[in-house]
Design a protein around this ligand. Structure first.
Ligand code: AMP
Length: 280
């Protein structure tokens, strides 16, 4: 695996060795890699001649300084995992490399209000930060195929809109969420949960399944049951929302004639956890 820290070097390498001859797959991450990340790399390796993973904890997408400061950093173990998975290239840029003009006065992206609803409402500025970093990545790495996880459902929709708006010639592949045996979605943030917390967090998946399996009932009633389960486990809930799966318009009740997704965010042990499930 080749490791690049400089944008100029990775772009030059792609220009000299890869572009026009081979297809490139790109998996952007913030590190603290787990099997969910590796599953994206595997999807890329299946379909491309060269697979690139990036590790960059993007400061502009954190609306909470403490969350940024506490974000896990396990870069040496990450490199080992990527070597083992036969990743071709790791891009490991600094903040200065990703933001050569600094992190203030950044471009604003019009992404159809996707940045202001649901996750965006609870994390103001988050998706603008995601757009900034992804736009820069896709300038440095002209990838044919981009692999992202359905775990971050709204993020995938934001990046799809960014690609469309900016006419970027890359295809976004949304890959399924990898879960622990308990049903807990794999996440870098799970490292910060206590052992008890990890066991308790399995209730998230049970709630999502309960919501999926009871579509004949009223969503508000089902939601109250889930809220009680979560409260008993010590969660502080931000939201459990039902939305149209393709435009994220919030739905007050089930509408089985439409594709629906249930989206979840809550805190446990001081750790913010998100999850979702497409329910029909
Ligand atoms: P992150 O490092 O959390 O920013 O995630 C990097 C990429 O991995 C994003 O596209 C995530 O959606 C994806 N990802 C995170 N967790 C999982 C998971 N459990 N299964 C599949 N993909 C995931």
């Amino acid at each position: 695996m080749i490791i690049f820290k400089r944008a100029k070097e990775i772009t030059q390498y792609i220009d000299n060795h890869i572009l026009n001859k081979n297809s490139i797959g790109f998996v952007p991450t913030m590190g603290a890699l787990h099997n969910g990340h590796i599953s994206l790399l595997m999807q890329s390796k299946k379909a491309n001649d060269c697979s690139i993973v990036s590790i960059f904890v993007n400061p502009t997408q954190f609306n909470n300084l403490e969350d940024f400061a506490k974000y896990p950093n396990t870069v040496l173990a990450d490199i080992e995992k990527l070597e083992e998975a036969e990743c071709d290239i790791l891009f490991l840029p600094s903040v200065a490399e990703m933001y050569p003009n600094g992190t203030s006065n950044l471009q604003h992206y019009d992404i159809n209000n996707l940045d202001n609803i649901l996750e965006g409402e609870y994390r103001p500025g988050h998706y603008q930060g995601v757009c900034n970093v992804m736009h820069q990545f896709l300038k440095y790495i002209p990838t044919n195929n981009l692999y992202m996880g359905a775990k971050d459902y709204q993020q995938c929709m934001v990046v799809r809109q960014l690609i469309l708006n900016e006419n970027i010639p890359t295809k976004l592949h949304v890959c399924p969420t990898l879960r622990e045996d308990s049903g807990l979605a794999m996440s870098s943030r799970n490292i910060r949960l206590t052992e008890n917390g990890k066991a308790d967090a399995a209730i998230i998946y049970k709630c999502l399944q309960h919501i999926q399996q009871n579509q004949q009932d009223n969503f508000a009633t089902i939601k109250v049951t889930c809220e009680q389960w979560l409260l008993q486990k010590g969660f502080t809930l931000e939201y459990i929302m039902l939305a149209h799966a393709t435009n994220l318009q919030v739905l007050n009740n089930y509408n089985t004639a439409q594709p629906m997704v249930v989206l979840f965010a809550a805190w446990l042990d001081g750790v913010r956890l998100i999850d979702n499930m497409v329910i029909n």
